[in-house]
Design a binder for this molecule. Structure first.
Ligand SMILES: [Zn+2]
Length: 191
């Protein structure tokens, strides 16, 4: 009874270019480098009541460049680095597919979000996606929530392409830290 029925909001985070520096087909935990402001940003979101869930397209798996085991080790490394600063990512979801696989999870499709929202009992309408690519903020729109583009990673290049899109991001922020400010403020305004 009770708490299982209460849905909570989440912030779905892209991984590469949003929380860690971009490395094409990153396959070694040694190459994992977090942006300096990630731990404090996650703590701020947690304090505002959000679950933190990473959703990442990792087509390197189906391209044979990266194994699922390597991917899990990299994700563990990210959480170990965060734990040293008192922060933690609640869940990691990845899409191993290439576009030709025509799966239901490759962003901006919502398969990973649906899986995470079932497991963590998420209210998607109150949730956000933050990422450095157009497909990330589109994912936020597709799930019925909101999306923010950050200008780290591919963000600056991606911003130039937004004019071609029908759907625009809720905000464009310099980095995750600034995007978190937008979300926390937005939540306050709704109360
Ligand atoms: Zn997929």
């Amino acid at each position: 009874m009770g708490s299982n029925n209460i849905k909570v909001p989440a912030v779905f985070l892209d991984r590469d270019g949003t929380i860690i520096f971009n490395k094409k087909y990153l396959n070694s935990p040694k190459k994992v480098k977090l942006f300096s402001f990630i731990a404090e940003s996650i703590i701020k979101l947690k304090n505002a009541g959000f679950k933190i869930i990473v959703v990442t397209n990792q087509s390197g798996i189906n391209r044979g460049i990266l194994t699922k085991k390597q991917l899990n080790i990299i994700n563990e490394k990210i959480n170990n680095l965060l734990k040293k600063k008192g922060a933690k990512i609640d869940g990691f979801y990845y899409c191993p597919h290439i576009e030709a696989d025509d799966c239901k999870c490759r962003k901006p499709k919502i398969g990973m979000v649906l899986e995470g929202s079932r497991f963590f009992n998420i209210n998607l309408k109150e949730s956000y996606v933050i990422g450095d690519c157009i497909k990330d903020y589109l994912l936020g729109f597709n799930m019925g929530g909101k999306g923010i583009l950050v200008l780290t990673g591919h963000g600056k290049k991606q911003r130039k392409e937004i004019s071609k899109e029908k759907i625009k991001p809720m905000a464009i922020s310099k980095n995750l830290k600034e995007a978190v400010k937008v979300i926390v403020q937005n939540k306050k305004n709704r109360k």
